[in-house]
Design a protein around this ligand. Structure first.
Ligand code: ADP
Ligand code: MG
Length: 268
């Protein structure tokens, strides 16, 4: 097995795109799983009220389960709500429940509401500095939850679906990130762009890849994620594809993409 380099400091990376269905959750779950499978210490934070990442990793997340909601709104320490992942020893999950669906509104009159996740993560990482990656799966919007992720993270990974209008909407996302950088988090940067649902047989997929390469040569992860039925099946077995079908094209691609990420941050 290839050795994944370890970062010197915890890397906090948020997976974001205000478009739904582009592969945010699938990528967050499987990159997290691939890093953990390689022995790195990983925490995945589900901050989407849909709880898709929680489902995909088999985390308990019925309403009332201690979750990201309690972390943000009650100040419960993050460590207290983390759940182990049955088949990946080095991966823990902070689940999201439907309780979170009211959070956007409940947060309106909370002081410093942009900093709640940042504060929770800061004390968590002070107690557990050996964590290598914290991966945050965002909802498909630029609301208060996504804003909390952008303030808590330093790195942003944007998944881009290989389809018509792939780059549409990207400029508003980049502008939002730029504003957050100026006002709330000067260290924030788009460090990784991952092309998802890639079909190498079509011109369209190859054109999207070339276009992204043109605009984001440095940030582009060179392994695109192919369309794969196994990737869409795995969540119904409460497993990442890394555990569910490690030899599938999707698992192989996510392991390669995760290795590229690990090399980028390795030793830094
Ligand atoms: P998002 O979190 O951005 O809304 P998801 O990761 O949930 O997107 O993906 C949307 C849908 O597409 C899901 O049903 C998922 O299983 C499926 N999907 C994502 N990536 C792939 C892929 N590479 N191949 C096949 N299906 C995929
Ligand atoms: Mg999602």
């Amino acid at each position: 097995r290839t050795e994944f380099p370890r970062p010197k400091q915890p890397v906090v990376m948020t997976f974001a795109n205000q478009k739904g269905g582009v592969g945010k959750t699938t990528s967050a779950v499987n990159v997290a799983a691939a890093l953990a499978d390689a022995g790195l210490e990983v925490v995945l934070i589900d901050i989407d009220p849909q709880g898709n990442a929680s489902t995909a990793l088999g985390a308990e997340h019925h309403a009332g389960t201690p979750s990201i909601y309690e972390v943000l709104l009650d100040g419960t320490p993050l460590a207290e709500v983390l759940q182990p992942c049955p088949d990946l020893a080095h991966l823990r999950v902070c689940p999201a429940t439907l309780d979170l669906s009211g959070a956007e509104v409940e947060l309106v009159d909370v002081p410093n509401r942009e900093y709640l996740l940042e504060r929770a993560l800061r004390s968590f990482l002070r107690a557990e500095p050996e964590v290598d990656y914290v991966i945050i799966d965002c909802p498909p919007s630029l609301g208060m939850l996504t804003l909390n992720a952008f303030v808590a993270a330093r790195e942003v990974l944007i998944p881009i679906q290989a389809e018509y209008y792939a780059l549409e909407g990207l400029s508003s996302l980049l502008r939002a990130i730029e504003r957050i950088k100026v006002k709330l988090n000067p260290e924030l940067r788009v460090s990784n762009i991952l092309v998802t649902m890639f079909d190498g047989r079509t011109n369209l997929s190859r054109e999207v890849m070339a276009e992204v390469q043109n605009h984001f040569g440095k940030q582009l992860i060179h392994t695109p994620i192919p369309r794969s039925v196994r990737l869409s099946e795995a969540p119904s077995y409460s497993q990442s594809v890394i555990s569910y079908d490690p030899r599938s094209t999707g698992a192989i691609a996510y392991r390669k993409a995760a290795l590229e990420i690990a090399i980028r941050f390795g030793g830094k």
